[in-house]
Design a protein around this ligand. Sequence first.
Ligand SMILES: Cc1ncc(COP(=O)(O)O)c(C=O)c1O
Length: 432
Amino acid sequence: MRSTAELQAADRRHLWHPFTQQRAWCEDEEPLIIEQAEGVNLYDTDGNPYIDGVASLWCNVHGHRHPALDEAVAEQLGRVAHSTMLGASHPGAIELAERLLESAPAGLTRVFYSDSGSTAVEVALKMAFQWWLQRGERRTTFICLEGACHGDTLGAVSVGGIELLHSRYDPLLFDTVQARSGDGRQLDELLEQNAGQAAAVIVEPLVQGAGMLMQPHGYLERVRQLCDAHGVLLICDEVATGFGRTGMMFACDHEAVAPDLMCVGKGLTGGYLPLAATLTTERVYEGFLGTPEEARTFFHGHTYTGNPLACAAGIATLETFKRERTLETLAPKIELLERLLAQRIAVLPGVVEVRQRGFMVGIELIGRPPGERLGHAVAMAARRRGALIRPLGDVIVLMPPLTISEADLRRLAAITAASIAETTVGRLRAAA
Ligand SMILES: Cc1ncc(COP(=O)(O)O)c(C=O)c1O
């Protein structure tokens, strides 16, 4: 067994972490090395526990090492770890598709697997474009929302709307039209201006994850109506909001919206293995049918698309939702979280605003120069107290596994409050 110090040194020598300034990682930080987990706790190589306050990047649903999920993956391992979906199928992919469609918004009848949220979005964009093309229309415009984040591959970045993350890649991206989130009237105008050009509108329904920006009630339904009125496809990216995060199975369910294409990932396998899917309707699917020579085929498919181990985790995840009545037990915890946020966090002088939808929370801290890395400092303070949270700039995100107990939820709120107080008090005093 290698010591923590040896592992840290080797990490600094060889790894390049995502969304991480490596100089700060290597020179100023103590890399945290997670070795084990149980329920909502992660354990580092020295045995210290941390509440998983962001569900291991928003994907863990039923907790870590859940017996039903562990067993399902182990059982599948006894059969086959991977076989391709290109020109073959497997029982797990079939069963997961059936179960997924059962719980998805009405009208979605087809499942196209991939392996990450970003690829699920790429699939949706390419499908929408090709669908129009095969109807004799070359529609190249996608309408997306300001502040959107749909992943890191170039198609997903094209429909993203975050200056810091996306604008430098502009020369590599296709053109899009950006709409203001929540503004139905402007979207109507943009659809009018882009008549015959717009292939689809793409939105993160209810909550824009990067920044935890909430849409006003009724906006999603309005977007659906406008897409129908202008004859444009609607893509709902449920990668972050899906699988109970907002309090219902899908965010679309809150406003009874059925998209033409729906992207899911993250929680699809309970946070166990990389798997994603793009769900669509018979109408879209039929647009791709023809003889091989007609080349209406959807020419897309990743090596690990529909991986059997991941599908087994996906089936167990959906089964566990039913067996443990996860959504029912979540409802009172959402209310508790709301109270804790109001009583313990919104009242802090270092907090500007608290935004919550279900188990998705953004805590906006006082504005400070980026060099201060205030959000990061809060996350480090929380780590010292035994919780892992990750900021998006100066917005602290809380997104624990749905199965977190009320006691752990209270502890997570208390740690977050104490960490914000500790980190902001000096800065507020200096600014006064
Ligand atoms: C709404 C949304 N779409 C897509 C993605 C990309 O998913 P992945 O990181 O699995 O590629 C994310 C990731 O956070 C997301 O929040």
